[in-house]
Design a protein around this ligand. Structure first.
Ligand code: NAD
Length: 260
């Protein structure tokens, strides 16, 4: 059913986005790959996917802090691929610091990349989805879209924001066969969290692995990091017809973090 559809995944050069791209490509879904790498590296990544999975691919490295660049990127993606059937707003960054000293430039970057970019990509994608009476919008939020942690003011604001945004899109699009959901992961094994682990290791004079375990178990009852592929598999389910009535939901994959 999904073969031949096109998915656009922001931030698919690393971590959750890259792992999810492989899961979708295995089903014959064409891909718009995106993230911060050079044109040369991106072209090589796109070629790797099209050769391995026999799918159509496109790569772009638009900086999501720049709304004009997003507009150029989305226009090119839609023109090249026909329409975006599955939009996965995944790209994100993190900075941890107390509110008192949280740098304004970090605040602005986190809000722009983790929240505002999803508004722009969604706006660009909706016309094609409505025309086809089918679409899937999946926003990679976080447990921090549902609960807070110290030192994550901008990240929590952005992730709570995207949970709210997802609900509005779901309401406005329900009658068009378009679903919008937010996935709210706990700890996922990707480069995004390396700085947080390194900070703990320095503070506690412990190894990277010890610090990683400490970080996980401070809040998450399941004492392990999730394999990013599992998020891709959940995305695939949300794209299936079985999930047609799941919309407007914020879906935790968090090892019981938010059950407490
Ligand atoms: P990652 O660092 O591995 O990947 C981030 C991706 O975003 C990369 O492809 C990068 O190039 C892209 N990106 C960053 N800044 C960008 C910019 N200015 N313009 C364009 N692209 C940019 O991170 P990840 O862990 O895979 O995170 C993916 C999403 O999952 C994020 O939204 C993150 O908040 C969320 N998340 C991660 C975890 C976790 O534990 N790793 C937990 C919950 C939610």
């Amino acid at each position: 059913m999904l073969q031949g559809k096109t998915a656009l995944i922001t931030g698919s050069t690393s971590g959750i986005g890259l792992a999810s791209a492989h899961v979708l490509a295995e089903q014959g879904i064409n891909l718009v790959l995106h993230g911060l790498m050079s044109d040369k590296e991106g072209a090589s990544l796109a070629r790797e996917f099209s050769d391995k999975y026999q799918i159509k691919t496109l790569f772009d490295n638009a900086n999501l802090m720049d709304s004009d660049a997003i507009s150029v990127f989305m226009t090119k993606a839609i023109k090249t691929m026909g329409s975006i059937d599955i939009l996965i707003n995944n790209a994100g960054i993190q900075h941890t610091e107390a509110v008192d000293t949280f740098p304004e430039n970090k605040w602005n970057a986190i809000i722009a990349i983790n929240l505002t970019a999803a508004f722009h990509t969604t706006q660009h994608s909706l016309a094609g989805m409505k025309e086809n009476s089918w679409g899937r919008i999946i926003n990679i939020a976080s447990v921090h879209g549902l609960v807070a942690s110290k030192n994550k003011a901008a990240y929590c604001a952005a992730k709570h924001g995207i949970v709210g945004f997802t609900k509005v899109v779901a309401l406005e699009c329900a009658e068009h066969g378009i679903t919008a959901n937010a996935i709210c992961p706990g700890w996922v094994d990707t480069p995004l969290i390396n700085d947080q682990i390194t900070d703990i290791a320095k503070k506690e004079n412990s190894s990277f692995e010890q610090a990683k375990y400490q970080l996980i178990t401070a809040k998450q009852p399941l004492p392990e990091m999730m394999d990013p592929r599992k998020i891709g598999e959940f995305i695939l389910f949300l794209c299936s017809d079985s999930a047609r009535s799941i919309t407007g939901s914020s879906l935790p994959m968090d090892g019981a973090w938010t059950a407490q």
